[in-house]
Design a protein around this ligand. Structure first.
Ligand code: UT7
Length: 332
């Protein structure tokens, strides 16, 4: 019997309208367009400014676009997984709120927290439900309102992040396309270098935690940079070797968009030319769980059925991983 694979059959996204440029950031902290472009490669990022709107709003908008593009009714959806580190609230899960907002009633849903690796971890999780034959329609959302946890007084972190919501549909196929393999890793020691200090059960919110600005991203940039370069490149190279993929066999590398220099280093290590690397960091910055699907959404029209695609991510945890997939459809 032919193996059932899980294939991405559509991509949706939502981007807030407001563009926070490097020039505007330069009026908020001691930085410049030149420094940010040279050291990170970001020109602007989108910020969700709508009153009372958060991650579930962006995720739901992306799911609505996805359902419309794939012509799938909310009632057909079996499961929705939301990768995020900026849930609307600690509980209930943002996935539940997105399901409610999009009319998904015959399903269950949960959040998955793996920071910048969230989308690829959720994709691997969703794949199991399809490959097992249990489900036929699983949605993976990658959404983060990073502006809610970014300290706009800290020049070392505030240029990095942006807001976005994304969603992909996974469906079964017996064609030689879909998710072929993945390698995912975690090292909890990395938590010391990238985390949010307060707001959890270790340090519940208090006047002191607010005064100490502990509800924002804390990052030791140089250390994270070093681990990100090796972590992402190592697993991407390993998955290529495992499948005897040569650089010329790879149609697209889709790296997490944290820093242009990390993207370049990963592509170099894999031997993949820059014209085969999906890059949109300059427009959106680091949208955490949304970066990889946002690239797929941006480049969707250029993708062809059967294209070999390598996804690679690194994030807080530390978490990192790589997915090898064959694109499943031609866009019209
Ligand atoms: O997605 C999750 C994983 N996260 C990442 O992958 C991020 C990894 N890290 C990075 O991308 C980089 O480390 C940063 C972009 C965060 C920082 O770049 P860097 O080249 O590592 O800079 P640095 O921290 O070594 O700082 C170099 C200098 C310092 O000044 P001095 O001490 O040399 O005088 C900083 O104070 O640059 C200064 N600096 C800035 N200057 C202007 C730091 N941030 C800024 C800024 N504007 N925004």
């Amino acid at each position: 019997m032919a193996k059932i694979r899980a294939a991405i059959t559509g991509v949706g996204a939502y981007l807030p309208e407001y563009r926070l440029t490097n020039d505007e950031l330069s009026t908020m902290v001691d930085t410049s367009d030149e420094w940010i472009m040279q050291r990170i490669g970001i020109k602007e990022r989108r910020i969700l400014k709508k009153e009372g709107k958060a991650t579930s709003f962006m995720g739901a908008e992306a799911v609505k676009e996805l359902l419309q593009k794939t012509n799938i009714s909310p009632d057909e959806v079996d499961l929705l997984i939301c990768a995020t580190i900026t849930p609307d609230m600690p509980f209930p899960a943002t996935a539940n709120i997105i399901a409610h907002k999009t009319g998904i009633h015959n399903a269950w849903s949960f959040d998955l927290n793996a920071a910048c690796s969230g989308f690829i971890f959720a994709l691997a999780t969703a794949t199991q439900f399809i490959e097992s034959g249990r489900y036929r329609k699983v949605i993976v959302v990658g959404a983060d309102k990073m502006s809610a946890i970014t300290n706009y007084n800290d020049r070392t972190t505030c240029p990095l992040f942006g807001d976005a919501g994304t969603a992909v549909m996974l469906e079964p196929t017996i064609d030689e396309v879909g998710i072929m393999d993945y390698i995912h890793r975690v090292d909890g020691l990395g938590r010391h270098h990238l985390h949010m200090k307060a707001g959890g059960s270790l340090r519940p919110a208090s006047c002191e935690t607010v005064e100490n600005e502990e509800h924002f991203v804390y990052q030791e940039g140089q250390i994270v940079f070093k681990y990100a370069v090796t972590g992402m490149a190592d697993v991407a190279a390993e998955i290529m070797e495992r499948h005897q993929l040569k650089p010329e066999d790879v149609a697209w590398l889709v790296p997490h968009q944290a820093n242009m220099r990390i993207i370049d280093a990963t592509a170099r290590r894999m031997g993949v030319n820059k014209d085969k690397v999906m890059i949109n960091i300059q427009k959106y910055g680091n949208t955490t769980a949304a970066t990889i699907p946002l690239c797929l959404w941006d480049y969707e029209k250029q993708l062809k059925k059967g294209d070999n695609i390598i996804l690679a991510a690194f994030g807080a945890g530390f978490t990192w991983g790589s997915v090898y997939l064959k694109w499943a459809y031609n866009s019209i």
